[in-house]
Design a protein around this ligand. Structure first.
Ligand SMILES: [Zn+2]
Length: 526
């Protein structure tokens, strides 16, 4: 029976590979770069490859692919998001799944999948599969637990190498990879980010440490938002949100405050949040750090929906431009946000080079305060969740005025309109807090249906998606032979396994996040 299950698992893996067309194997540095170049050749209009400002210790470029409707171009109010994989060189799942994600987005965009077209058209997605290619070169496939390949070329742990909010705890010399990331944060006004690791199964959110350096909850000013975005990831994964003892730890709903798990001083996610305007979480993708390549199809299937849906959250909250009456953007304006009831100060952010600001917020009523050259204005804003409401701030002489703009209109050309407060537009903290299904509209067609969602996912998996370069035909041939044998020998085992998978899918759908975000996102016309 055990043998049957193994054969069937292999058959399913091959089936997924042949259906998706994605080259599911590990890629060394040269193969990774080639893979990205091939995606660019396949989707030249929506992709751009660039490198960070510094090379690694061993002289490798840190390679990023931007995917956007207008790659490389600033567009007012279009938010930037980044994904970083392989920060620890031996934790490789993020590296591979981000490559597959790029390939998937490219293919789906070309085929006109409306969900992906909208995401790419409205967002600047910056994806760096490997932050630590030097460490990767020393790691070994199948090594689930060791630390061989974890640090960079100088032997430093990059996720302990950023300036810490408690300065006395930052002692190691800053590494070139760390400097490159900090410069990257200066070059692009990232709003949302995720950093992918391995060795556990959880979505970890700030803060990662506390002053006393003891294991206890270290609450960020935007703790409510972090919990929602972390749950968005865990509930779109078939088992992460279950919080069972998959890798030795129990995480309720598949999320954890970083410091409450264990203290990390000098971590990247806290630096992003405190100094970079960007909300970042750290996702532990699987118990095994460097899984055998045969595990990749299953992992891609597990994480695909989470990876896609998390990106949509960059459109949640309030955004706008701080500018002079002639339309010139004003950088470095300070934007403070406080909930009206109960009043609570949140992390300040600053407007970017073009005067844009993007502030992630859950549904609710807030006071937004903008400070420019000592002048201040506070205005009430009702936030609907997704899409972001747009509020511009116009500086003229000694005065600042706030102007609400419908998100469908460009703020410099559209006339001010009343911001929507339709119930169907609402996404709030309470709705998402318990991770339960939420009915956000009374319309039957809008209500989450587990079977519908399952069908969506099945359709997505079956969309033709040509590989970049692979032995796909060999895989298909092998699959045909083994499927024939597998079907005859393992029918009963297959039924058992299928029911298990279905159960897990059902649990995932109970979270309801994918459907909610899809509806919100569909309503967004940039
Ligand atoms: Zn790690």
């Amino acid at each position: 029976m055990v043998l049957c299950k193994q054969v069937l698992t292999f058959v399913i893996a091959l089936f997924v590979m042949s259906c998706s067309g994605i080259e599911l194997k590990h890629h060394n540095y040269e193969q990774m770069v080639s893979y990205m170049k091939a995606i660019h050749e396949k989707c030249p209009d929506i992709t751009r490859i660039y490198t960070l400002s510094q090379k690694t210790v061993n002289g490798r470029e840190l390679v990023v692919m931007e995917m956007s409707k207008d790659p490389g171009q600033y567009k007012p109010l279009k938010p930037n998001l980044k994904y970083i994989g392989n920060m620890h060189g031996n934790e490789v799942l993020g590296r591979e799944l981000l490559l597959y994600l790029l390939d998937f987005l490219c293919g789906q965009y070309r085929e006109g999948n409306p969900e992906i077209v909208k995401l790419v058209d409205t967002t600047r997605l910056h994806i760096m599969p490997s932050m630590n290619p030097d460490g990767y070169a020393k790691a070994t496939e199948g090594d689930c637990n060791s630390v061989q390949g974890r640090p960079n070329g100088n032997g430093y742990d990059l996720n302990r190498n950023f300036p810490d909010q408690f300065p006395q705890r930052h002692k190691e010399p800053m590494q070139p990879e760390t400097k490159a990331i900090i410069q990257w944060l200066k070059d692009y006004p990232f709003v949302l980010s995720a950093n992918f690791h391995g060795g556990s199964l959880v979505a970890n959110y700030p803060f990662d440490d506390d002053k006393k350096m003891v294991e206890m909850y270290s609450m960020a000013p935007d703790d409510d938002i972090f919990k929602v975005i972390a749950k968005n990831y865990s509930y779109n994964h078939p088992i992460m949100h279950l919080g069972n003892r998959m890798c030795g730890d129990v995480f309720k709903e598949g999320i954890t405050n970083g410091a409450n798990w264990y203290n990390v001083a000098g971590g990247m996610q806290d630096f992003n949040y405190i100094h970079g305007n960007a909300f970042e979480i750290t996702v532990e993708m699987d118990c095994c750090k460097f899984p055998h390549h045969s595990k990749l199809p299953e992992q891609w299937d597990n994480h695909r929906r989470s990876l896609i849906d998390y990106m949509k959250l960059v459109h949640m909250g309030v955004k706008g431009q701080v500018k002079y009456a002639n339309g010139t953007g004003i950088p470095n304006a300070i934007i403070d946000v406080a909930a009206k009831n109960p009043a609570k100060k949140r992390m300040s952010i600053r407007s970017t080079g073009g005067g844009d600001y993007h502030r992630l917020l859950l549904k609710g009523d807030y006071n937004v305060t903008v400070t420019v050259n000592g002048k201040t204005i506070t205005t009430p804003v009702h936030v609907n969740g997704i899409p972001s409401v747009v509020v511009d701030f116009i500086v003229s002489g000694d005065s600042i005025t706030a102007q609400s703009v419908h998100p469908n209109l460009h703020p410099t050309s559209g006339k001010p309109v009343v911001i929507s407060n339709k119930v169907s537009d609402i996404l709030d903290a309470e709705d998402l807090h318990d991770g339960k299904p939420v009915v956000i509209s009374n319309k039957v067609s809008d209500i989450l249906d587990a079977e519908d969602l399952h069908d969506d996912i099945k359709k997505e998996a079956k969309r033709p998606h040509k590989p970049l370069a692979s032995s796909r035909s060999d895989n298909v041939a092998a699959a045909v032979v083994i499927v024939t044998i597998g079907v005859i020998v393992c029918v009963l085992a297959g039924i058992v396994l299928f029911r298990k998978v279905k159960d897990l899918r059902g649990n995932n759908e109970k979270g309801g996040y994918a459907k909610i975000n899809q509806e919100k996102f569909d309503a967004y016309e940039p």
